[in-house]
Design a protein around this ligand. Sequence first.
Ligand code: ADP
Length: 571
Amino acid sequence: MENTGDEIKRLQSCINDLISVLALPAIWSGSEPSQIVGTLLDALLAMLRLDFAYARLTDSSDGPPIEVVRLGHRQHPSVQPQQVGQALGRWLTGDQAASHFVVPDPAGEGEVSIASFSLGLQDEVGVLVAGSRRADFPTDIERLLLRVAANQAGIGLQEARRSGEQKRIGEALEQRVAERTTELTRANENLRLEIAERKRAEAQLRESEERWRDVFENNPTMYFVVDAAGKVMAVNPFGAEQLGYNVDELVGQPVLGVLYESDREAIQRNVAQCLKQIGQSMSWELRKVRKGGSVIWVRETAKAVLRVNGPIVLIACEDITEQKRAEEALRQAQADLAHVTRVTTMGELTGSLAHEVNQPIAAAVTNANTCLRWLAGDAPNIEEARAAAMRIVKDGTRAAEIISRIRLLFKKGTPERELVDVNEVIREMIVLLRNEATRGSISVRTELAADLPQVMGDRVQLQQGMMNLFMNSIDAMKDVDGTRELAIKSQRAENEQLMVSVSDTGVGLPAQQTDQIFNAFFTTKLHGTGMGLSISRSIVESHGGRLWAANNSPRGASFYLTLPTKVEAHE
Ligand code: ADP
């Protein structure tokens, strides 16, 4: 009876323990594996009065195993789970699991009975070891409880692993989502910035287009865009208006149509040149004909640029009609002034010129008397009379030549361009001034290069320029003692130029005022006009040359002028 009673009690206690073990999952539900194992070992230690309980969990991610140990009160308190695991090492693998052995106590002194169980079906979750010093350990009931507990824990641990895994996957997923979201946000932001940037660029382009359209359409400069064949592709309203047309009347028409006829060939050449030198600006002046036939002067700046369909020429032109008119008026005024100066000079020279003319006339009279003498009498000497008559012709011709040169200098006319022999101009002026030189006891020495090229210019202007220089030298030597020599030299110079120097042994250039002598109205003479050098310089410069002066050593001054020998007509 007693045995049965004990048995019933034992069974009741066993059932209680089983209920406690079965309740464990409710406690550890949702916990981490190490917490589940901790709870399991605590419960077993208390329930079975064990000396130690140990569990080792394999790590699903190949990391080191998790080891947990719980010790009964007699056990060594400082024992670490790893020490226990190491001591139990050879009973923790393979078939030995789920058996029972007596082994040296891994956490204390003496020996201990151990029982080990797989966590999970085949140790895949881990191993549970319970140890007790009791010799009967483990009893069947204890083995049953331990197995059930190990199974419960195995399920719980697998569950925890799964949910851990799920959690990890969930977190990884969340992380990926977060990363993708960040990426997308960033990409979105970049796109937004790009769109904003593009909008800004478009706005800038629009603005710049408007600005250029403004320049093209509203600027008071004439703009033409011409294709390589010379057809007007575009013209701005101002450009068309200046020519008396509207834009549509000009677009598509040959640009030559509005050019002054005699300018067309030169402009065609210029445009062809421009098309050869893409990107380089060229300028020229030309006349254009307005719709009604009136002519305007313009200065064009053209530049060829390459476009998809080939080169085009961009032309900007400015109306310079007024400027041209003013230049023409200035040129006329200068010509008038030069004429007045010439007449004045000739007036001063009247005595000398009269002498120059008188001399051959007097000679002719003498020769005529001689001729008459040879013809008189009974036996006229025809030969001698002819010789005298020939001399009369020569004298007359010379007088006529001098008069025609004087007439030429008195002539008032617009400048003309022709090929001029500068040596001849020098010689002619010397002839006219010879008497003036003789009167001033001045010797004239010339050194004229035989191979001097001709220059393109206005003969009368060049004569006047030369005469001004000679007269100034003669003036400068009037009051000096010692040698009085006027030396005139012509020669070829560098860069296809020729140079003439006029040197004297006169008073020299006025001290401290050398740089003023070419200014109009500057004179150091009592009756001077101060116009001679200013006119001479403008004549030389209008021929593309230069005129300058320097003092001689020991005495006198020299004037040098250069003229280009190979220029085409120069304005
Ligand atoms: P003008 O002869 O009426 O004075 P120019 O313009 O010809 O006017 O000359 C200006 C000044 O330059 C002269 O007054 C003189 O002072 C100076 N000058 C010109 N030629 C010579 C020269 N050969 N020697 C010294 N001085 C000169």
